[in-house]
Design a protein around this ligand. Structure first.
Ligand code: GMT
Length: 407
């Protein structure tokens, strides 16, 4: 198949998943065209059958906000026409699903490539619900020929907030290259990260309010009452200063290292002993899956799609949002008992390999594409009724809102 993939190229789970999917599909013989405003961060080196098309945008004084959605539509249209694409697969509905729909209209509808939209998280639970975006998001996802969601939680949320029937949305979980994300045969950074032989507690995110990075530090400070440990914080974002400040207030700053953004998180995870993900909201929790694949037990909030990834009591522990005491107790229970740690670590790795290995999930996407192309999938736009379902109450997109944010 000839497939275009459009996604956000910057740090974030949806861009990572979209890129890995494209690379896996190319390995399996498909021709892949990435379309975005910058090269996706995991797209490095030459790969056979892989092309990247940068969306060109003219800067003009009138454009206080350059209309990226339109420029993207033009790029999709150009690439689709030039390469005779079968399918355009967009990741994160806003604005990608809308741009893909426009591109298809430019090709007189039926003759253009089919459009598949994968819903990732806040496109449904936050940004898509804002009055400025709700109706266009609903319109665009219903005009897609195929819809997928990364968890059952997100599929249900899409039905609730956008009136798209559940059976029109295929749940295809995120996946991982378990040969790359593994504990064995990796360079060991343990002596640098924890020179005193302490346990390594890790957190990886974009440090947005939804990640509750201050809770990470709170949990860590409590862990240290019982287990000698170091906290390794990977990533960057608006709440990093708050996390640093919290570490100082709690007197653990000498035991916390902020590494900033990192592209080889597999190397870091391979020497971690515990992963913390105390998010306010999470439609899947790709970072938790990456940790599990590296045999790292995960202590996380019981929110959104996280219970579909982390099995409470088996591959880690799930606690209520904000229950820093409970999270610390669960973490100490795992870190302080070598047998229990080995059991949970092994179970985490096994689950990642059994359910989320790229070799298992990528063929599910391929089969879904075939269904979309032969018309056997029930497209969202076959649904009766177009009445807009407005979200209950006004939602704010402001940073620090109690709802969720980016991965
Ligand atoms: O939706 C977002 O906030 C951004 C998005 C991203 O691009 O990283 O994150 C979501 O998609 C990831 C990949 O599918 C999931 O692992 C994250 O859980 C999800 N984030 C949220 O739901 C907050």
């Amino acid at each position: 198949m000839k497939i275009a993939i459009s996604c956000y190229p910057t740090y974030g789970g949806s861009g990572a998943v979209a890129t890995e999917l494209g690379l896996e599909l190319a390995e399996r013989g498909h021709e892949i065209h990435f379309i975005s405003y910058a090269q996706p961060f995991r797209l490095d080196g030459f790969r056979e059958r892989v092309y990247f098309h940068e969306v060109e945008m003219d800067q003009y004084p009138l454009f206080e906000h350059p209309p990226y959605s339109l420029a993207l539509a033009v790029s999709i249209h150009e690439v689709a026409s030039h390469y005779d694409l079968d399918l355009v697969h967009v990741h994160y509905a806003i604005p990608h699903a809308t741009s893909a729909w426009i591109a298809r209209q430019m090709m007189n509808g039926q003759t253009g490539p089919r459009v598949v939209t994968t819903l990732h998280g806040t496109d449904i639970t936050l940004t898509g619900q804002h009055p400025s975006f709700h109706s266009i998001t609903r319109f665009s996802i219903r005009r897609s020929d195929g819809l997928t969601a990364v968890s059952s939680f997100l599929r249900d949320e899409t039905e609730r907030s956008f009136g798209v029937e559940k059976d029109r949305i295929r749940v295809i979980p995120n996946f991982i290259d378990t040969d790359r994300y593994r504990r064995e045969d990796k360079p060991c950074h343990r002596s640098t990260l924890a020179p005193g032989g302490e346990k390594i507690v890790m957190h990886i995110s974009n440090f947005r309010p939804v990640k509750r990075v201050e809770d990470v530090v709170e949990v860590f400070a409590r862990i240290r009452h019982d287990v000698p440990a170091r906290l390794v914080m990977v990533g960057d974002g608006p709440d990093r200063p708050r996390a640093q400040q919290r570490a100082e207030v709690l007197g653990v700053e000498d035991h916390v290292v902020f590494l900033g953004k990192h592209t080889s998180v597999d190397e870091l995870l391979a020497c971690a002993d515990l992963f913390l993900l105390p998010s306010e909201s999470e439609s899947f929790g790709l970072a938790a899956l990456e940790a599990m694949a590296c045999g790292v037990p995960v202590v996380a909030s019981r929110v959104g799609g996280v219970p579909e990834v982390v099995v409470d009591g088996e591959t880690g522990a799930l606690l209520d949002v904000g229950d820093v005491g409970g999270m610390a107790k669960a973490a100490v229970g795992i870190l302080g008992d070598a047998d229990r740690w080995a059991q949970v670590s092994g179970a985490a790795r096994r689950l990642a390999v059994e359910r989320f290995d790229a070799r298992k999930v990528v063929p599910i996407y391929e089969a879904f594409y075939r269904e979309v192309l032969d018309g056997s999938v029930a497209a969202p736009h076959d649904m009766a009724g177009e009445d807009p379902v407005l979200p209950a109450g006004g939602l704010s997109l402001a940073e620090g809102s109690t709802s969720d944010e980016e991965d």
